[in-house]
Design a protein around this ligand. Structure first.
Ligand code: GLY
Ligand code: MN
Ligand code: MN
Length: 441
């Protein structure tokens, strides 16, 4: 279970403040989002705000003032204690709690932000703030910035640009600490066990929605916050819709079931796993052929996720095996290089092979910078998730074979969560079985 560990957050703040080197960062919390009349979506904290504060309330704002002396650098603006509001909406830490429990150097009511923000920002070299993401405070930040520009021309001090915090935080978040790796292990283990539960009970289920209930109920039972993203429970041809979330079709024993689901822990670390299993316990001949191609592509791509490699190499390893497999069964034609260079496979495989995974499911961090490929290194976590989706939704490219009916309605993806290590990559989702022999019954 999650317990706030202040040392972890203090260490992150120290690194962030060192990187800021004279700049002042304004990092807002998320706000509640309306679902419909008087009802909101479950609260989801802003990942950067969480990463630096561990404070899980809406509407707060954190300041990181690297131009100030130690002991005056971490300021929290929070919702003040309010009995009536707390009776309606729940406990708040308030100003005192923000200082005592969350180690703010100083905390204030969020109602004072507009008056105090200019005072705190004064003297910083630059302002660090994500423009376009936080409308509730953006106008005030821009006004302060304009004022500072005027001061700068008169007095020679004050911020003269606004930078994005992503420059500093993305790389920090991309490389997971030992603490984060352990949290990711927990999120991914719960997610993998949920997939195992589906595999073991598929024979008695008859609708996608029941599978969703099973898997998400398991997340909650294990103490997770809930699903990390909208679970994809896609049987038969539904699996050819990449972000299928209707999850309400009856299950047919002759079909495959693609389940793409992972949990989010209380502290927002996420799993993201896909398994594709035969609903009736046996793969058909065609389903098995496609599954074997995808599994082969996935295993080889995982093996290529070593230190010094990069995400494009991992993608290309998977892509080559998918294309060659599809050529062998007559669903693609021509030289492998030509098919890949011209994207002639994209009616059957239309996404990349993976993404960073962490506090965001599609986590922050560059994959490449222009021509430079970001190298994989110890502590990065990425998904490896090739697939093949056979339907007639996307027209077959000119010169490529038309698709025989027997293949249509097969959608297969296999997705694991991989920790890059100095020696071999570690598959963190290994507990969710994926060999054909394990899936058939
Ligand atoms: N479930 C989202 C993804 O696999 O990227
Ligand atoms: Mn994924
Ligand atoms: Mn996924």
């Amino acid at each position: 279970m999650f317990k706030l560990n202040n040392e972890i957050f203090e260490k992150r703040r120290e690194i962030f403040l060192n990187k800021l080197d004279g700049k002042a960062a304004i990092i807002p919390a998320a706000s509640l989002v309306k679902h419909h009349a008087d009802c909101e979506y479950p609260f989801r904290q802003d990942s950067n705000f969480w990463y630096l504060t561990g404070f899980d309330e809406p509407d707060a704002i954190a300041l990181f003032l690297s131009h100030k002396p130690k002991g005056e650098r971490f300021i929290l603006f929070v919702s003040p204690k309010d009995v009536i509001s707390e009776v309606w909406h729940g406990f708040r830490w308030g100003i005192e709690g923000a200082e005592k429990e969350f180690k703010a150097d100083k905390a204030h009511s969020i109602n004072d932000i507009k008056d105090l923000l200019p005072v705190y920002i004064e003297g910083s070299d630059e302002i660090v703030f994500s423009i376009g993401k936080y409308p509730r405070i953006e106008k005030a930040v821009l006004e302060i910035f304009t004022q500072q520009l005027e001061n700068r021309s008169r007095l020679g001090i004050g911020a003269n640009s606004i930078q994005s915090p992503e420059i500093y935080l993305n790389h920090m978040r991309l490389i997971k600490s030992e603490f984060e790796i352990n949290r990711m292990r927990e999120a991914i283990q719960i997610s993998a066990e949920a997939h195992e539960l589906v595999r073991k009970s598929i024979s008695v289920k008859n609708n996608e929605r029941q599978i969703q209930g099973l898997i998400e109920g398991f997340f909650l039972e294990k103490g997770a916050r809930g699903p990390a993203y909208n679970s994809i429970i896609a049987s038969g041809d539904n699996a050819c819709i990449l972000h299928y979330t209707s999850n309400n079709s009856p299950l047919s024993k002759k079909d495959l079931l693609l389940v793409d689901a992972g949990c989010s822990l209380t502290d927002y670390y996420n799993g993201d796993i896909t398994r594709t299993i035969p609903i009736g316990g046996k793969f058909s001949k065609e389903q098995k052929i496609i599954y074997e191609i995808v599994l082969d592509a996935q295993k080889n791509a995982i093996n290529s996720a070593v230190t010094g490699s990069n995400s494009t190499t991992v993608h290309n390893v998977a892509l080559k095996i998918l294309v060659e497999g599809l050529k062998e069964i007559g669903l693609l034609r021509g030289s492998t290089d030509e098919i890949i260079d011209n994207g002639l496979y994209k009616h059957l495989y239309m996404h990349r092979t993976g993404h960073w995974l962490g506090l965001d499911v599609h986590d922050v961090g560059a994959y490449r910078m222009g021509d430079y490929e970001v190298q994989l290194q110890n502590g990065m976590i990425l998904t490896v998730e090739p697939g093949i989706y056979i339907s007639d939704r996307i027209p077959v490219p000119d010169g490529q074979p038309s698709i025989d009916e027997k293949w249509k309605g097969i959608g297969i993806r296999i997705e694991d969560d991989i920790l890059v290590k100095d020696k071999e990559p570690e598959n963190l989702s290994i507990a969710a079985l994926k060999e054909i022999a394990d899936l058939e019954f």
